[in-house]
Ligand binder design. Structure first.
Ligand SMILES: Nc1ncnc2c1ncn2[C@@H]1O[C@H](COP(=O)(O)OP(=O)(O)OP(=O)(O)O)[C@@H](O)[C@H]1O
Ligand SMILES: [Mg+2]
Length: 306
């Protein structure tokens, strides 16, 4: 696949000497949804700001569509749309006015049909003549997306697009993002909601303390690192786990009603058959069993901890 962004040995030291990015190398493929995960202060916004040309790297190279973000900044900026982490928009301007203004900043001719299209897609068309101050928080977030899309960018950065929005709007956002991908837009988003990456990302990058810890296809990551969990609900609460079952490293719930077994689906033998046999030998009667795939969240917490 062809990269639309290539980052090579990027470093960022802020005034005062704080190293926010340490030797980052990363390629973003054309048309993908890339989710950047990492705790507060990991360097996500710093990285996005450098690619978008808002902040300047201390060393290293960033190319967008083969243009250097410093030498050809006008070109790279026209390719990029940025939805910033902080909501900051002109409160007294109208929705339509502010989106048209953003487009104008890039020297693009008026295109009422295009602007109408994005406002409709973001369910803002009815509010086009409202002033920003009259909108709800979620609507303001959508205005930020409309602004970022106003100049028809090839690459869209969303810095925590769904922080503080309700479940409904979060799902709307995911649909909006997936639709943009269908139109060929490359999307890079940062998020604290692992569920978000799990739902929409093609690839995932984990950043912590200014360093990239991992870059992987989401499906692969979940398969490779994912464990499965078997919950066994017993008829009569247990006081302890019988000795004959210690080899399974089971966990017993506080109420004694649930045994939890963790196994690796990629292994030839999961140990489930033997476990069920041994339970029956111990005369433990089962009420129900349930299996669960460990989530990206478990995987993420493990990576950052290590
Ligand atoms: N202008 C600045 N001057 C000095 N240090 C800064 C500046 N901006 C950010 N930093 C520091 O760089 C580090 C990375 O910050 P950044 O905003 O990139 O983190 P982040 O991953 O986006 O975090 P969050 O999830 O909280 O948004 C932090 O330790 C932050 O304090
Ligand atoms: Mg940030």
């Amino acid at each position: 696949m062809q990269p639309i962004i290539s980052i090579n040995n990027l470093n960022k030291k802020y005034l005062g000497g704080f190293e926010a990015l340490k030797n980052i190398s990363l390629e973003i493929n054309k048309g993908e949804i890339f989710a950047l995960l990492g705790p507060n202060g990991a360097g996500k916004t710093t990285l996005i700001s450098i690619i978008s040309g808002i902040s300047i790297a201390s060393s290293g190279e960033v190319k967008v569509n083969n243009y250097d973000v410093i030498k050809d900044s006008l070109k790279t900026k026209s390719i990029i749309g940025l939805v910033p982490q902080e909501v900051s928009i002109e409160q007294f301007e109208t929705v339509l006015g502010t989106v048209n203004f953003s487009r104008g900043l890039f020297g693009k001719k008026n295109n009422p049909a295009y602007v109408k299209g994005i406002l409709k897609q973001l369910s803002l068309w009815e509010k086009r003549n409202s002033r920003i101050i009259e909108l709800s928080g979620g609507m303001k977030r959508r205005v930020l997306i409309a602004k970022a899309l106003s100049h028809e960018p090839l690459v869209l950065f969303l810095d925590e697009p769904t922080a503080g929005v309700d479940v409904e709007l979060r799902k709307d956002m995911w649909n909006i993002i997936k639709n943009l991908k269908k139109k060929g837009v490359t999307i890079i988003l940062t998020t604290h909601y692992i569920e978000e990456a799990e739902n929409i990302a093609d690839r995932i990058g984990v950043i912590n303390d200014g360093k990239i810890l991992l870059i992987e296809e989401k499906e692969f990551l979940m398969k490779k690192m994912g464990k499965k969990i078997l919950n066994i609900f017993v008829n009569k609460p247990l006081d302890i786990i019988p000795n004959s079952l210690t080899k399974y490293a089971l966990k017993l719930s506080a109420d004694g009603k649930t045994l939890t077994y963790t196994y690796d689906i990629n292994k030839d033998r999961t140990g489930i058959t033997m476990l069920l046999n041994d339970l029956s030998n111990e005369q433990i009667q089962l009420k129900d069993i349930q299996t669960k795939q460990s989530s990206l969240e478990d995987i993420f917490v493990n990576i950052v901890k290590e």
